[in-house]
Design a protein around this ligand. Structure first.
Ligand code: G3H
Ligand code: 13P
Ligand code: ZN
Length: 309
C-alpha cells in the first residue's frame, strides 16, 4: 500500500474515537517490528523519526526503508517527523517524502509558536503533507502541584482554539501531564482529563499524546535482571492511556517502551551467549521484543482491525 498522509489516518480515528499508535524508529529492525505488528493486527500506524533519528540515519534512508516495507503490507502507514524544531531539517524531511511533520515551537511564547507553526503549515500543505504542533510543556503531574502551576505548564484550552484557527494545523499535541522518557512520575501516573476533554470539545480535531510509553514492569524487570539500571522507572498506565483515548486522544506516541524492550533483549542475548558474534542473532530477539510491545499497544488503543473495515 502506498504511504498515506497523517490526516487521512487520524481523521477516521477522530471520527470513530480510537487512537493510532505512533512509534519512533531510527533503524531497520525497529521499523520492521512496527510494520509487521501493524500488518498482522490490520491496524493503521504512524512511524515517526525524531530530528536525532534523521541526523543518525538520514532522511532519505529512513524514507526509502519505509517505502521498501510498505510495498509488502496492506495497512495505511504515514511517515512522520517527530518534534521538528529546525526549519531546515523540516524542509529536509518534506523534500525526502515524509507525509506528516511536527513543528515543535512549544518552547517559544504563544505568538512565536503561531508564527513558526503557520509558516510550516503553509509549506507542508502546499506539498500535501499534514502538520502536527504542540502547546504547553510536557511535564508529569505530581500530587503536590498547585492549580496555578498546572495552568502555567499544561495546555490552555482557549488558547488551543486560537492556535488551531490561526495556524491551520491538522492535529494538535496538547500538554496534559505526560513527559518523555522512562521516569515520568514519582507517584501514580495521571493526566488532566478535564483539560483534555475541554481541548477536544473546543477544537474538535485529532489530538496527540506525547510521552505516552507505558514503561511496563515486566520489560523493566527483564532489562534490570541483565544489568540495566532503571530504578524509579514509571510510565503511563494502561488504564490512564485508555481513558485518554476516551477523552479524545487519537495519536499515541511511544519510543521509550521500544527502547527498554530492545535493551532487555540485547542484554539477555549477550549475557546468555557470550560467544555469539552474529549481529542477526543479537538484534533478531530485540526485533521480536519490540514487535510484542507494538502489538500490545495497538490492541490497547483500539486500532486493531481498523485497516480492514
Ligand atoms: O520525543 C522524544 C523521542 O523519544 C525521540 O527521542 O530525540 O532521542 O530521538 P530522540
Ligand atoms: P515516550 O518517551 O513516552 O516513549 O514518548 C515518546 C514521544 O512522545 C515521541 O514524540
Ligand atoms: Zn514527543
Amino acid at each position: 500500500m502506498p504511504l498515506t498522509t497523517g490526516i487521512e489516518i487520524l481523521k477516521r480515528a477522530h471520527e470513530e474515537n480510537y487512537a493510532v499508535g505512533a512509534f519512533n524508529f531510527n533503524n531497520m529492525e525497529t521499523l520492521q517490528a512496527i510494520l509487521e505488528a501493524a500488518d498482522e493486527l490490520e491496524a493503521p500506524v504512524i512511524v515517526e523519526a525524531s530530528e536525532g533519528a534523521v541526523k543518525y540515519a538520514g532522511a532519505d534512508m529512513l524514507y526509502h526503508m519505509v517505502q521498501a516495507l510498505v510495498r509488502e503490507i496492506s495497512v495505511p502507514v504515514a511517515l512522520h517527523l517527530d518534534h521538528g524544531k529546525d526549519f531546515g531539517l523540516i524542509m529536509t524531511a518534506l523534500r525526502a517524502g515524509f507525509t506528516s511533520v511536527m513543528i515543535d515551537a512549544s518552547a517559544f511564547p504563544f505568538e512565536e509558536n503561531v508564527r513558526q507553526t503557520k509558516r510550516i503549515v503553509d509549506i507542508a500543505h502546499a506539498m500535501g503533507v499534514s502538520v502536527e504542533a504542540e502547546l504547553g510543556t510536557l511535564k508529569g503531574i505530581e500530587d503536590n502541584v498547585s492549580v496555578d502551576e498546572r495552568d502555567a505548564t499544561l495546555v490552555n484550552p482557549q488558547k488551543a482554539v486560537t492556535f488551531v484557527k490561526e495556524t491551520g494545523i491538522d492535529y494538535l499535541a496538547p500538554a496534559v501531564g505526560t513527559s518523555h522518557g522512562a521516569f515520568k512520575y514519582k507517584g501514580e501516573s495521571k493526566i488532566d482529563y478535564e483539560r483534555l476533554k475541554e481541548v477536544k470539545k473546543l477544537t474538535n480535531m485529532p489530538l496527540v499524546l506525547h510521552g505516552a510509553s507505558g514503561v511496563p514492569e515486566e520489560l523493566v524487570k527483564k532489562a534490570e535482571q541483565y544489568g540495566a539500571r532503571l530504578e524509579g522507572a514509571k510510565g503511563v498506565s494502561d488504564e490512564v492511556l485508555k481513558e485518554a483515548v476516551v477523552c479524545g486522544i487519537n495519536k499515541v506516541n511511544a519510543d521509550t517502551d521500544l527502547r527498554i524492550a530492545t535493551v532487555g533483549a540485547l542484554r539477555e542475548v549477550l549475557a546468555e551467549n557470550p560467544r555469539e558474534i552474529d549481529p542477526r542473532k543479537i538484534l533478531g530477539p530485540a526485533r521480536e521484543a519490540m514487535k510484542d510491545v507494538v502489538k500490545s499497544r495497538i490492541t490497547l488503543l483500539g486500532s486493531a482491525g481498523k485497516a480492514s473495515r
